[in-house]
Design a binder for this molecule. Structure first.
Ligand SMILES: Nc1ncnc2c1ncn2[C@@H]1O[C@H](COP(=O)(O)OP(=O)(O)OP(=O)(O)O)[C@@H](O)[C@H]1O
Length: 753
């Protein structure tokens, strides 16, 4: 039986589309064409009750001025103008009102009637939060109360209303279920229609405070972080521009992956880069960097004879202790800026050394050194200008007195003449000399301030004398760290952990240039950052507006990364808002149960994910010899089932290359992916690169490199296992390759021949 509101909803959608068309046409064509269009639109519409009101509103559309961006958004949204509706009776209003919620708002010009309400608006919060019944929301510092009597979701495709349904306390979110059962494009999508309550709380949490989100694999951290930016830009649109936002992602692949969702959310103009990319740009140091991925892979591939010291070094260089050491060093560097000479002109003191030092070390303390030097230069210049006249007058007066003495004291006219002319010449010369001296006095004086280069300063740190003077007692590991880094720097190479130190020192020396300044920073996969990386960013930007999301269970760089979130709330930020996201939306109950069981086999107590109820096949172990025979056929079957994106995920980079060889002779589209390459639907990649991404079907592959029972392997395996949306296969020589021997055998199946 058709829904009683079906006609009404169809009319409402037709009207909204007609209104949008009218608006689009009014921006694009002349008035004549417009009038014609409007008549056509009206003729086509078959409204009854609300026709008058609708017609009136349609005529207003002609007069609305829009920006190019607004127009583009409108055109994009024309075929899906809204996704939900709420009926809300605000306490002080005479009757209930209907609000249609979409990706951007649209108001009738004359009446201000909201034809579409932006999902980020305060009132739309009512849709995401709370249930039916009594609710309240805040806007412009006021709290409004009222009653929600209806929440309705729409499925609109190509501008046609396909279906709609009401949500109440008992019905589960069908729209969410439906959206989760869809396929993974190789891009992230927006989820405004199905944002869940716990996610909404993160998106709308106090925008002025830093926020840390611990979220399980697939809980929507990346998605939510991007939606929070969108919400931030909407709410703070008067104050912040998208260009002032910085998104830090783990690699270029990931940036590609999120790029699709950015325009949808109106966030495309924010800066997106990696931590290493950012520091290289800011410091202008473009030396090759041994990344944490290189180190991890070398360790995993067993190619590192002194792995333990390398990992220890990376850990130390990311630590609080290293930050303290850098602080002591920076204090030493600062001492070189202590000057001894007074600033004088023609012997007259203009500013004492003590006063200049006070400016540098006290009053301008909060500026970077070079900025302080520039400020002192400006002060000296203006004082010189002010005092120069007095000095010239004093010197002239001294000569004039001498002249008087000569004129009236010397009796002998010849002698007097010689003396007077001598004094006049001398006076002129002296005044000229002072004027000349004054022109270069400041710059000459400023030479006392050392001209420092960031890399020189950094290299200096690792010289034996300097380094040893900064540490308490000798320590074997520290000495190795010093020597290795010194050598590395000599060869013009960096370890990725050097970058945070360079950024940190740079903020003291020159600060961050304006073009690189950001006012809000979003960090994804934050568990892989070192303490010092986040600390140096906080110091560089001087802001608390950080959104930090990550998952400790996926901390595959734990030797350097964060062990817990508390180090950030204790040591970097004040008053952090901490949230957790437990529910996971990506994968099925079956896949998540296996991944969770794997995590439980570790002694560390890590947060587990709770899958939103969506069932699928059991993860399947496929013996390698059988796999080759069945792979192509299976692939065809999966494709026929609607699976679109596939990945073969290996433990190491080398193994990824081996898979490519392994697949030779089997005609597939799979390609091995490097960090710099374009994403596609058939990828072979190591687990560290797959982190953060998702695919419909994932094959874990072990041939030469299998997972063993140790923390780093378990985490890598966990990352790999949590990538698929629908199906997980494990291809190896034996089930033990994936630690399945430690796992309840009900949680997976084995492909029999
Ligand atoms: N409320 C939601 N409605 C629909 N889909 C959602 C919702 N929340 C998350 N998803 C989907 O779940 C998947 C995982 O999201 P996302 O990649 O943001 O998670 P994550 O926490 O960053 O994962 P990981 O830590 O594993 O990288 C994505 O496909 C996303 O679209």
């Amino acid at each position: 039986m058709p829904h009683p509101d079906e006609k009404y909803e169809k009319d409402r959608l037709s009207f909204t589309k007609a209104y949008m068309d009218q608006l689009i046409a009014s921006q694009q064509s002349g008035q004549e064409a417009l009038k014609k269009r409007q008549e056509d639109a009206l003729a086509k519409l078959d409204f009854k009750d609300s026709s008058l009101r609708y017609q009136e509103m349609l005529s207003h559309a002609n007069f609305m001025k829009m920006s190019k961006d607004q127009l583009e958004t409108l055109i994009k949204l024309r075929n899906k103008p809204y996704f939900a509706r709420i009926d809300f009776h605000r306490r002080e209003k005479p009757e209930r009102e209907m609000f249609y919620i979409g990706k951007t708002s649209l108001f009738d010009r004359e009446t201000q009637y909201p034809i579409i309400l932006d999902w980020r608006s305060p009132l739309a919060n009512v849709y995401y939060e709370g249930r039916l019944g009594e609710v309240s929301y805040e806007a412009h510092g006021e709290t409004y109360e009222g009653d929600v009597s209806l929440k309705r979701q729409y499925q609109i495709e190509e501008g046609e209303l396909i279906d709609f349904r009401d949500i109440d306390i008992t019905t589960k979110d069908d729209l969410l279920q439906e959206s989760l059962s869809q396929n993974a494009e190789n891009r992230l999508t927006e989820i405004v229609a199905t944002i869940q309550e716990e996610q909404n709380q993160v998106i709308r949490a106090d925008l002025r405070k830093p926020i840390i989100v611990q979220g399980a694999a697939g809980s929507g951290k990346t998605t939510i972080a991007l939606h929070r930016i969108s919400y931030f830009l909407y709410t703070m649109r008067e104050i912040f521009k998208p260009e002032e936002l910085l998104i830090l992602a783990p690699n270029r692949l990931f940036i590609q992956y999120i790029s699709e969702v950015l325009p949808e959310l109106g966030v495309q103009r924010s800066k997106q880069t990696t931590f290493a990319g950012f520091v290289k740009e800011v410091t202008g140091i473009d030396w090759p960097v041994v990344s944490q991925h290189d180190v991890l892979m070398k360790v995993m591939e067993g190619e590192n004879s002194d792995a333990s010291i390398e990992l220890w070094t990376a850990g130390y260089k990311g630590s609080r202790e290293f930050k303290d050491l850098l602080n002591r060093y920076i204090q030493e560097v600062k001492k070189s800026y202590r000057i001894r000479e007074d600033f004088r002109l023609a012997g007259f003191k203009i500013k004492s050394a003590k006063a200049v030092n006070r400016l540098f070390h006290k009053e301008y303390d909060y500026f970077p050194y070079e900025v302080r030097v520039q400020k002192i230069k400006a002060v000296l210049q203006s004082e010189l200008l002010r005092k120069k006249k007095q000095i010239l007058a004093k010197v002239a007066e001294k000569y004039d007195q001498e002249l008087d003495k000569a004129l009236y004291g010397l009796k002998d006219p010849a002698k007097r003449k010689i003396r007077v002319s001598f004094l006049i010449t001398k006076k002129e010369e002296k005044l000229k000399e002072i004027k000349k001296e004054s022109r270069s006095a400041v710059s000459r004086y400023m030479k006392q301030f050392p001209k420092v280069k960031l890399m020189e300063i950094y290299k200096q740190l690792y010289t034996e004398d300097v380094f040893n003077s900064l540490i308490d007692g000798k320590c074997e590991e520290l000495e190795q760290l010093r020597q290795k880094t010194e050598q590395h720097l000599k060869n013009k190479k960096l370890f990725s952990e050097d970058l945070a130190a360079l950024l940190y020192i740079q903020t003291f020396l020159t600060g961050i240039e304006k073009e690189y300044q950001a006012k809000k920073i979003v960090i994804d996969e934050a568990q892989d950052y070192t303490f010092l990386e986040i600390y140096s960013l906080r110091r560089a930007f001087q802001t608390d507006l950080f959104t930090i999301v990550g998952d400790l269970a996926q901390g595959i760089y734990r030797y350097r990364g964060l062990q817990n979130w508390q180090v950030l709330s204790d040591g970097v930020f004040r008053k952090v808002n901490y949230h957790t996201l437990q529910k996971t939306y990506r994968t099925t109950v079956e896949i998540m149960s296996l991944a969770n069981e794997l995590l439980s086999s570790m002694s560390e107590d890590l947060p587990k994910a709770e899958p939103v109820v969506r069932h699928g096949n059991l993860p399947t172990f496929i013996p390698k010899d059988r796999w080759k025979k069945t792979f192509l056929k299976q692939l065809e079957e999966l494709k026929a089932d609607g699976m679109k994106s596939f990945a073969i995920v290996t433990k190491t980079k080398k193994e990824a290359a081996l898979v490519e060889e392994e697949l030779q002779g089997i005609p597939t589209e799979f390609v091995q992916l490097d960090e710099q390459e374009e994403m596609n639907d058939y990828l072979i990649l190591p687990a560290y690169l797959a982190k953060g991404l998702e695919f419909d079907v994932v094959y874990l592959f072990c041939h030469s490199y299998h997972y063993v029972q140790q923390e780093i392997d378990i985490k890598l395996l966990y990352v790999a296992m949590t990538r698929p949306l629908h199906q997980l296969f494990m291809v190896g020589n034996q089930a033990e390759d994936f630690l399945l021997d430690r796992i309840n055998s009900d949680l997976y199946t084995t492909l029999e021949s």
